[in-house]
Design a protein around this ligand. Structure first.
Ligand SMILES: Cc1cc2nc3c(=O)[nH]c(=O)nc-3n(C[C@H](O)[C@H](O)[C@H](O)COP(=O)(O)OP(=O)(O)OC[C@H]3O[C@@H](n4cnc5c(N)ncnc54)[C@H](O)[C@@H]3O)c2cc1C
Length: 418
């Protein structure tokens, strides 16, 4: 069996950034396994700009952003295999994959990094009522058809869900000559970034129906109409139906981290993020298996994915050099009032050199509140926030010294207070 220092599953922005970071710190035998025909992941179909403002201080398109990492990967001679689907991961870090040239192969590694990204929620996943004609698809699928394969999937389009992919596709479809009749969101607020609401809907006069959902799909072979209803606390209100004649309904109703491989391997999944539970080094409950990027939790900005994956890459190089402290002195992070999740979920204080950074999302919109970080009654930090929304990922940094000052610290709660 062929052996590597590190096997990286998924060649999107997370996998590429983690591989390059390991290579920066130590000479290692790294292999990236990518099931698609090219490296770059979801970025390849995101031909709009808005990528890289933080990492490159430039506004790039998705493919341009990916290209910078792919070029560097080639320069450093890091090995990768395309069209290679990982089928099984074992807790002893043996990986089974298959491709047309080699067939079914088993390889092993000292460390594995999970960077498989996420998938889109489908009509079945949200229990969409009505017929199942053609013309109903996820916004990401329509984006791939249009931007990679060159097919416009419809002319009269309605979008269910105000996630970022749907907002970006609303604008994209208009630019290609389609008629976008509206975007409906079941929540009373958008689940996409504010900048996308302005730049993709308001600038193109596309109506956003908040607190509305699709209550019927009409059409036998091909979708013909949809019925939209106002909702009260997720329940459709009778008599509020509006009909739209459409040939396409795009769904932008959420992303789910792709963790089939992780679950079968025995990696513990956080029900809040749907991604692995990790510590400050992005290590899962299985020794030597790490996770970063959208497989860990859904990110809205690729720059956060890159930063996180660089940290995971650095931790993996320390792990290979046996410089990571054992899993003791663990502090558990607990989402308090108003906080939906926190990543990482555990922190080993012995592995923090200077500061530790947490990513979190809130459950609903807030104005003029505080993020309070506390351990029991001890307030560690308070951050004032003028506006918080579930669509915007938040970051909180804690200094090692602040944690060391609290005796026998076992838990940290982060909560939203007035
Ligand atoms: C439509 C859309 C618009 C966006 N717009 C912006 C924007 O304007 N600005 C911004 O900063 N960010 C944006 N983002 C966010 C950002 O692009 C992503 O968060 C980031 O690229 C995710 O990187 P990743 O490597 O974690 O996942 P991915 O890019 O999804 O990569 C995962 C890779 O793993 C591979 N894989 C999965 N399973 C296996 C397996 N079993 N075997 C082998 N390979 C496997 C997949 O094929 C894929 O290539 C957008 C995202 C989307 C979806």
């Amino acid at each position: 069996m062929k052996k590597y220092d590190v096997i990286i599953i998924g060649g999107g922005s997370a996998g590429l950034a983690a591989a390059l970071e390991i290579n920066k710190h130590r000479k290692s035998k790294i292999l990236i396994l990518e099931r698609d025909a090219e490296l770059g992941g979801i970025l390849l179909q995101c031909i709009h700009n808005g990528f890289g403002l933080k990492v490159f201080k430039e506004e790039l398109t998705g493919p341009e952003y990916a290209e910078r990492f792919i070029n560097e990967l080639h320069e450093k001679g890091i090995e990768y295999k395309l069209n290679s689907m990982v089928i099984k991961l074992h807790p002893n870090k043996t990986v089974e994959y298959a491709n047309v040239d080699e067939g079914f192969i088993t390889i092993g590694a000292k460390a594995v990094i999970l960077t498989m990204g996420c998938y889109e929620r489908s009509a079945g996943a949200i229990g969409l009522p009505g017929n199942r004609p053609s013309g109903v698809m996820t916004a990401g699928a329509a984006q791939k058809y249009l931007n990679i394969d060159g097919y416009l999937v419809g002319k009269n389009i309605f979008i269910l869900g105000s996630g970022d992919i749907g907002l970006i596709m609303a604008r994209r479809m208009v630019l290609e000559g389609a008629n976008v009749l509206g975007v409906a969101e079941i929540l009373p607020f958008s689940s996409g970034l504010k900048r996308n609401i302005v730049q993709c809907l308001e600038d193109y006069d596309i109506p956003l129906y908040l607190s509305h959902t699709v209550t019927e799909i009409i059409g036998k072979n091909k979708i013909e109409k949809i019925k939209l209803s106002k909702v009260d606390n997720f329940i459709p209100i009778p008599g509020t139906e509006i009909e739209f004649e459409v040939d396409t309904l795009l769904l932008s109703v959420g992303l789910i981290p792709e963790n089939g491989l992780s679950e079968v391997c025995g990696i513990k999944i956080d029900p809040r993020t749907k991604g692995p539970i990790v510590n400050e080094s992005y290590q899962t409950n299985i020794d030597g298996i790490f996770a970063c990027g959208n497989v860990l939790h859904v990110h809205d900005l690729v720059d956060f994915v890159t930063e996180e994956s660089r940290k995971a890459g650095l931790a993996v190089s320390k792990y290979l050099d046996k410089q990571l402290a054992e899993t003791k002195n663990m502090i558990e992070l607990i989402p308090g009032e108003g906080v939906a999740y926190i990543v990482p979920q555990h922190v080993n204080i012995d592995n923090i050199t200077d500061k530790v950074e947490f990513f979190l999302r809130v459950k609903k919109e807030y104005k003029d509140v505080n993020f309070v970080v506390r351990s029991g009654e001890n307030i560690i930090k308070t951050n004032k926030k003028r506006h918080l929304a579930p669509a915007e990922m938040e970051q909180i940094k804690l200094k090692l010294i602040d944690l060391e000052n609290i005796k026998d610290i076992k838990t940290i709660v982060i909560e939203v207070t007035k």
